[in-house]
Design a protein around this ligand. Structure first.
Ligand code: MN
Length: 541
């Protein structure tokens, strides 16, 4: 069954990852071969949710562009280099194709042969050399085995047409020769005595018993064919191994099956070949043949979008994919489709809430880990139901999902958000410069960093380090004020740190003679609205 990719937006957040996972699970229960994917690495918060509920992180999806593997090219269409030229021609003829990739051991690609190559070969080629198997020769000239000593035949072909005395006196035969001759016993005897490699007797001619005995002694191969000498001469060159005339790999233009159709079309615009071998680059294994007209029958990747409906937020190549459905809770974006699709947009707090309602509608039981996923998505997007975007439907979903998942949603939600804003591995400079802006008032410069976290405690523990950093940054750059606002979105307020020399300014600004480093400001969350005007005002005075 064809795979359906389910994915959220780029720079994935918890809602987009968790809704993709829980929707893919639901679709699977409904008989769809759905697979969740992510368009970027998961953040710390999402990782916490996945680890907590022991859910595997979805695989990364680079793009949904059309690849050669999405095309009905001629899969498994190739021939072993040990087949005869004649066989290869028949194979192409039967398949209605004008070229065939040639392979060696384990289907390793050797090269390609086209009908055009065959024509060149027979018009320009050296036709008197034969290199093939005994069996190929037997098949092509419809021969009958009289004696056989070699499975591989490799030599120069000649036909006896002089009178026998002229032939015997003037033509020197060696082990290298393959002689075509009729029922001319003296010539046959001369050839056997010269120990030629092979004698092909034409016109179903009789070979004397004594000559067969002599051939066995001298190890001379004999084949008899019903065709006449002229006919056999023509067929013999067709018995050659196809690999003896194959253009080698360095000349052939091949494509891997993961190549993008777009790129193939670009290359074809210049080359205009009809046939391209399909060869896997990693092991040089031949997979088949792309006839350029095969590109007309394509199977675009099937996708379901969650938590976004904007082209530029989605996977690269979305225009080449087939969008089956969209589930989202954002404003309507830019995506257009050529066929009608299911588009479910609800003004709720998270996409996971929509997925939750789908489980209800389809009457599919929600397993514990999927309840955990959906719960995480809702709690993340609604800041544990505190955001004004949270609706009564989100509240209902959270309560039921928390009970299936077996967690206290407030406690779990807080830990989830904390994990997302963890300061793990960040230095005071990292925190300060994460989002850092400069403002100038007359000749003074004001520098304000803002950092969102629910973990102010982690900063408080290293207060001395932070203050030293702020002092140093102020000193080195001649800033009058260097402040760090640590904003806690759950409490809806900010903790304030500043370079120690600026203490009087802060006392003045916030009208508090007792304020200390790390003081807390309720409802102060926007640097633009709540911070800059207050500080500027004092500096101006
Ligand atoms: Mn969302």
């Amino acid at each position: 069954m064809e795979k359906v990719y389910v994915f959220g937006h780029r720079k994935p957040d918890t809602d987009s990852v968790c809704s993709a996972i829980s929707l893919a699970y639901l679709k699977k229960q409904l008989g769809v071969n759905a697979e969740p994917r992510i368009l970027g690495s998961v953040n710390k918060e999402t990782k916490y949710a996945l680890d907590y509920f022991k859910v595997k992180e979805p695989a990364y999806l680079n793009d949904v562009k059309l690849q050669l593997r999405d095309i009905d090219y001629h899969r498994h269409y190739f021939l072993s280099g040990d087949r005869s030229i004649y066989d290869s021609y028949l194979y192409m003829l039967n398949q209605g194709l004008t070229g065939v990739p040639i392979v060696g051991d384990k289907d390793k690609f050797i090269g390609i042969v086209t009908i055009k190559d065959l024509a060149h070969h027979f018009i320009n080629g050296n036709a008197d050399h034969l290199k093939t198997s005994y069996d190929n020769l037997l098949t092509v000239i419809k021969g009958e085995e009289i004696t056989r000593f070699n499975d591989e035949i490799d030599g120069t072909v000649l036909a006896a047409s002089y009178r026998s005395t002229t032939f015997i006196n003037n033509v020197k035969l060696t082990k290298d020769n393959i002689l075509i001759v009729g029922d001319r016993h003296s010539v046959i005897e001369y050839a056997i005595n010269s120990k030629v490699q092979m004698i092909i007797v034409s016109g179903n001619g009789v070979v004397k018993e004594e000559h067969i005995e002599l051939a066995k002694k001298n190890k001379v191969n004999i084949i008899r064919s019903k065709y006449d000498t002229y006919h056999i001469s023509r067929l013999v060159s067709l018995a050659n191994y196809i690999k003896t005339m194959t253009r080698t790999t360095k000349d052939a233009v091949c494509f891997d099956d993961i190549a993008y159709v777009d790129d193939i079309l670009d290359i074809n615009r210049k080359l205009r070949h009809t046939n391209y071998p399909v060869v896997r680059s990693k092991d040089n294994k031949c997979l088949g043949l792309l006839r350029i007209t095969d590109l007309e029958s394509k199977n675009p990747k099937q996708v379901i979008l969650v938590d976004h409906n904007e082209m530029k937020q989605s996977a690269e190549g979305l225009a080449e994919a087939s969008i089956l459905e969209i589930f989202d809770h954002h404003n309507l974006g830019s995506i257009t489709t050529s066929t009608p699709i299911n588009f479910r947009n609800m003004a709720v707090g998270s996409t996971c809430t929509i997925v939750y309602t789908l489980y209800k509608e389809k009457n599919i039981e929600i397993p514990k880990n999927m309840a955990g996923m959906m719960l995480s998505g809702i709690l993340s997007d609604t800041l544990v139901l505190k955001s004004p975007t949270a609706t009564s439907l989100d509240v209902v979903a959270v309560h039921e999902l928390a009970s299936i998942a077996g967690v206290n949603y407030q406690e779990y939600g807080l830990n989830l958000l904390k994990a997302g804003t963890s300061l793990d591995g960040m230095s005071p400079e990292d925190v300060l410069y994460n989002d850092f802006k400069l403002y100038t008032v007359q000749d003074k410069t004001l520098a304000i960093g803002q950092f969102f976290t629910t973990n102010f405690d982690e900063i408080k523990e290293k207060l001395e380090d932070y203050l030293t950093t702020l002092d140093e940054v102020a000193e080195a750059n001649q800033y009058s004020v260097v402040a760090l606002y640590v904003t806690d979105i759950i409490q809806n307020g900010s903790y304030v740190l500043f370079n120690r020399k600026a203490i009087d300014l802060f006392k003045l600004a916030y009208n508090d003679d007792d304020l200390e480093e790390g003081f807390y400001l309720q409802d102060c969350v926007s640097r633009k609205k709540h911070v800059v005007p207050v500080l500027m005002d004092v500096l101006e005075k």
